[in-house]
Write a protein that binds this ligand. Structure first.
Ligand code: M6R
Length: 360
C-alpha cells in the first residue's frame, strides 16, 4: 500500500535510494575497480560492433541515455522508438546487439521490435523490471533492474534504475569489445556506489515544492539539457505533461535557437539541466531564453556558474557527468509531482493513460 504517502508516485520517488542500491547490489566492485555484471557470461559482448536500443515513453528516454553512454564509451549505438522500428529499422548484421528497454516487459510496440530483431538474427537483451515478463522470456539475455513493483502510471524509480543499469552495461560492452576496462571506470564505480546516498540528499533537501508553487499557472514549461542532460530534459517534460496536464516540452539546449525560442516568454519557465559536460554552452542557451523574459530554473550543484543568473535553483550533489543528470531527474520528478498536486490531479492514474500499453 501507499502507507503514509498520498500517492504511490511520491512513495516510489522516495524509494529510489533503496531501489538503486538493490539494482547495484553485487554488480559493481569499486574496491577492485571492476564491473561485476554476472548476469552475463564472460565475453558475452566481445563480437558486438553496434547496438540498437528500442523502447517507448520513459523507457525510451532511458534507452537514449544508454545510447549516449555507449557512444561515449566508443561503441556505435542508436536509440529508436519501438513503434517506429518496423517502418524503418537500421540494418542488422551478425555483430548487432538489440536491447529492448521496458519496465513492464509487456509493451506491445517494444515486443514487436524485439521480435523483429530476433527474426533478423540480432543478439538480443531485455532490460526490464519484471521477472517472467514476455520481453524477458523472448530475448537471448536479460538484465533485471530490481526496482520493485511500480504502481504509479508515471515511471519514476524504474527510469533511474534503467538508466543506471544501461550505464553499467555500456561499460561492460565496451570492456568486452576492447578486451580491457574503459579508462573512466575508476571514477565511475565509486560515483555509482555514492548514488543512493546522493539521491537521499536530494530528497531531503529539495526545493521542488516551492519551485512548483512559484511557477504554477505558467503557459508552458520547457526543459533543456545537453549530452546526457538531453534525455533527462525529455523525461522531465514527459513526466510534467503526463501528470499535470500542462504543456511541457524538452529540448536539446542547443536546439532552442533553431525554433523553440519563438515560444519563449515570461510565462514559460525554463528548467536547465547541468551535468558538468559543456555546461557553459547550456548556460548560454538558457540565458538566451532568460533575455526573452523566461525564468531560469538551474538544476545544478551549489557554487555552479549558472547560479549567478538563475532565478531559482534545484540543487544536486556534485558528481560525475555520467550520473549527474540522474540526480537532476529526481529534482524534476519532484517538481512534476508537486505541480500536479497543486492542481489536484489524480497523480497515480492520469486520464487516458495505462500503466502497461499492450496495444500497437
Ligand atoms: O513498460 P514500459 O517501460 O515498456 O512502458 C513504456 C511506456 O509506456 C512508459 O514508460 C510510459 O511512457 C510511462 N507511463 C511514462 O511515465
Amino acid at each position: 500500500g501507499k502507507g503514509e504517502y498520498d500517492h504511490f508516485m511520491l512513495k516510489e520517488i522516495d524509494e529510489q535510494p533503496t531501489s538503486l542500491a538493490q539494482a547495484l547490489e553485487g554488480r559493481i566492485d569499486p574496491e577492485n575497480g571492476r564491473i561485476a555484471l554476472a548476469d552475463f557470461g564472460p565475453g558475452t559482448f566481445t563480437d558486438v560492433s553496434s547496438v540498437q536500443l528500442v523502447a517507448c515513453g520513459t523507457s525510451y528516454h532511458a534507452a537514449l541515455y544508454g545510447s549516449l553512454a555507449l557512444n561515449q564509451a566508443g561503441i556505435r549505438a542508436t536509440a529508436l522508438l519501438a513503434n517506429e522500428y518496423s517502418a524503418a529499422a537500421p540494418p542488422i548484421d551478425d555483430e548487432t546487439l538489440v536491447i529492448a528497454v521496458t519496465q513492464s516487459g509487456e509493451t506491445a510496440d517494444t515486443l514487436n521490435a524485439l521480435r523483429q530483431a530476433n527474426a533478423d538474427g540480432a543478439e538480443t537483451v531485455t532490460v526490464t523490471n519484471v521477472v517472467g515478463s514476455t520481453a524477458a522470456r523472448e530475448a537471448d539475455e536479460t538484465l533485471f533492474i530490481r526496482a520493485g513493483p511500480e504502481i504509479g502510471v508515471a515511471a519514476t524509480k524504474t527510469f533511474s534504475s534503467q538508466a543506471v543499469m544501461l550505464t553499467l552495461l555500456a561499460q561492460r560492452i565496451a570492456a568486452d569489445r576492447r578486451g580491457e576496462p574503459p579508462a573512466d571506470l575508476e571514477s565511475l564505480l565509486p560515483a555509482l556506489a555514492r548514488m543512493p546516498a546522493e539521491i537521499e540528499r536530494v530528497l531531503e533537501t529539495s526545493d521542488a515544492a516551492a519551485v512548483a508553487n512559484r511557477y504554477r499557472g505558467s503557459q508552458s514549461y520547457f526543459f533543456i539539457g545537453r549530452g546526457l542532460g538531453y534525455p533527462v530534459a525529455l523525461e522531465g517534460a514527459l513526466k510534467f505533461k503526463e501528470i499535470t496536464y500542462e504543456h511541457a516540452e524538452g529540448f536539446a539546449s542547443g536546439e532552442l535557437k533553431h525554433g523553440p525560442l519563438a515560444l519563449v516568454t515570461p510565462e514559460t519557465p525554463v528548467f536547465a539541466v547541468f551535468t558538468g559536460q559543456e555546461d557553459a554552452k547550456t548556460l548560454n542557451n538558457a540565458e538566451e531564453a532568460q533575455t526573452r523574459g523566461a525564468p531560469l530554473v538551474a538544476v545544478c550543484p551549489d557554487g555552479h556558474p549558472a547560479l549567478e543568473t538563475a532565478d531559482a535553483h534545484l540543487e544536486i550533489p556534485d558528481t560525475e557527468p555520467a550520473l549527474a543528470g540522474l540526480l537532476a531527474n529526481v529534482q524534476l520528478q519532484l517538481v512534476s509531482y508537486y505541480a500536479a498536486d497543486l492542481l489536484g490531479r489524480p497523480i497515480d492514474k492520469p486520464r487516458n493513460l495505462a500503466k502497461s500499453v499492450t496495444v500497437e
